[in-house]
Design a protein around this ligand. Structure first.
Ligand SMILES: NC(=O)c1ccc[n+]([C@@H]2O[C@H](COP(=O)([O-])OP(=O)(O)OC[C@H]3O[C@@H](n4cnc5c(N)ncnc54)[C@H](OP(=O)(O)O)[C@@H]3O)[C@@H](O)[C@H]2O)c1
Length: 345
């Protein structure tokens, strides 16, 4: 079997999960080289890896490079992404620097693998909350075109990387120790407010786009990315994104209106056969998706499907998925697998 040389840039929560996922999903990897901001040795899954600092020649000989560095002008993909493409590799970038760039397909393999092609070698991985939403909505959209989506998210702290996980852990210990006084004395740093035993209706900073007044950037990402992935530029989508005191896996309450009616049993039938979806919808037995069960899994879990009593042709659904796995690392590795299966790599 042909082997492919893989690079991973960034070795935080997402990058280290990528290395685990490559192994767990048995990606036909030859060499695996890892890059970060400083040289060192790191152990992942019991295996020692040498961490290199990238330079102009680092990507020669690599077939695919998965980016999981920080975003922005000093971030890894802005610095090295196109260099890796020039060196002959396909790039799969987890950050949001290039998601809306016309040169870059934005891909969730279960939904729009057809956007992958040999002329666009810089591929963007969508935002975690967008990925799980489109995995659940695309099969329904194919059946009865979507008119409007209203989504509220409950996003775990691992979405902020190691800093978010550490902050919830420390605050939860501090608040538990002073219970019933649960307001902590330590100053928050990963978030603008205490996250332990709280909810924060802010993810990222305010959007500067006047078309999205008072929306935070995560909410704008969900709108724009959903339209790009579904090839639906005018699709009506609105989002409220909330950080929740949960370590792993994001949850979403989605109200979706279609051009024609879909009954609950039709929706269940469609979703139970949909790629990447696991249907958990037995409300009478208290069976529905929850973050504790979704953590560590690659599937998107869907349940609580109801006909919206306030709107004809609309459904309410509840969607949960692991943001580090399907929302980042696993989706990126699945894109690489799809490049192999489509013989693009
Ligand atoms: N967490 C999620 O749920 C999630 C979901 C989807 C997408 N993403 C995106 O995935 C990326 C990584 O997220 P994360 O949660 O893993 O972050 P993280 O835990 O903060 O880790 C960031 C990693 O990037 C490395 N890095 C930063 N700048 C770099 C540069 N210029 N060159 C090389 N390496 C660089 C850091 O190196 P050092 O180790 O040397 O400091 C670190 O290993 C971000 O763009 C994030 O937005 C995250």
């Amino acid at each position: 079997m042909k082997k492919y040389n893989v690079g991973v840039v960034g070795i935080g929560l997402v990058g280290s999960e990528m290395v685990r996922v490559l192994e767990q999903r048995k990606f036909p990897a030859g060499q695996v080289r890892i890059f970060a901001t400083r040289e060192r040795e790191e152990e992942i899954n019991g295996k020692k890896y040498r961490i290199e600092v990238a330079n102009d020649n680092s990507f020669k000989g690599l077939d695919v490079v998965l980016f999981a560095g920080t975003e922005g002008s000093k971030g890894a993909s802005k610095q090295w992404g196109w260099k890796a493409v020039e060196s002959g590799a396909y790039v799969i970038d987890n950050g949001d620097d290039f998601r809306m760039d016309e040169r870059c397909p934005l891909v969730v393999p279960e939904v729009n693998a057809h956007h992958l092609n040999k002329n666009q070698r810089f591929i963007a991985n969508p935002n975690c909350s967008t990925i799980q939403m489109v995995v659940a909505l695309a099969p329904l959209h194919r059946h009865a075109k979507i008119k409007r989506v209203i989504v509220s998210t409950y996003q775990s702290v691992s979405g902020t990387g190691r800093a978010g996980v550490q902050e919830l852990y420390e605050q939860a210990k501090e608040a538990s120790a002073s219970y019933p006084e649960i307001k902590v004395k330590s100053k928050p740093s990963a978030y603008p407010h205490q996250i332990a035993f709280n909810l924060i209706p802010q993810i990222s900073t305010l959007s500067e786009d006047p078309g999205f007044a008072n929306y935070y950037k995560e909410e704008v990402k969900m709108v724009r990315e959903t339209r790009k992935i579904l090839d639906a530029p005018g699709l009506k989508v609105t989002a409220t994104c909330v950080r929740a005191p949960v370590f792993w896996a994001h949850s979403e309450s989605i109200n979706v209106e279609f051009e024609k009616k879909i009954t609950v049993s039709e929706a269940r039938k469609i979703l139970s056969g949909a790629p990447g979806v696991v249907l958990l919808d037995e409300p009478e037995k208290s069976v529905y998706p929850m973050p504790l069960e979704a953590a560590g899994r690659d599937e998107t879990f869907v349940g609580r499907i109801r006909e919206d009593v306030s709107c004809p042709n609309a459904l309410d659904i509840w969607v949960v998925s692991d943001n580090i796995r399907k929302g980042a690392a696993s989706n990126a590795v699945q894109i690489a697998e799809t490049l192999v299966s489509k013989q693009l790599l």
